[in-house]
Design a protein. Structure first.
Length: 93
């Protein structure tokens, strides 16, 4: 299991930022990582970073990773972020 936290736009005024918490569960991580690397290679990417790619590449990447064996859950929190609320929600995932 891997948990990612992304705080996008938290430097902006209230109401214009979000915090996303993503939970990813992979059973065979070595195999999964090889497949992700192959997808990146097929798309001619050094590595995938959402904000640095065009929408057509984003869509292709999502189409390919959706074929892989993993579970994911996402929680999105709007500004103002309350860390205690994030922990409460995430611990119940």
């Amino acid at each position: 299991m891997v948990v990612f936290i992304d705080e996008s736009g938290t430097h902006k005024h209230e109401g214009h930022s979000t915090t996303a918490v993503v939970y990813v569960e992979v059973i065979y991580s070595d195999e999964f990582n090889k497949k992700i690397n192959q997808i990146e290679e097929n798309l001619r990417l050094d590595s995938f970073h959402w904000s640095e790619e065009r929408w057509d590449v984003r869509n292709k990447f999502l189409a390919e990773i959706s074929k892989l064996d993993f579970k994911a859950k996402v929680a999105i929190f709007k500004n103002p972020v309350k860390p205690e609320k994030i922990m409460e929600v995430v611990s119940n995932i």
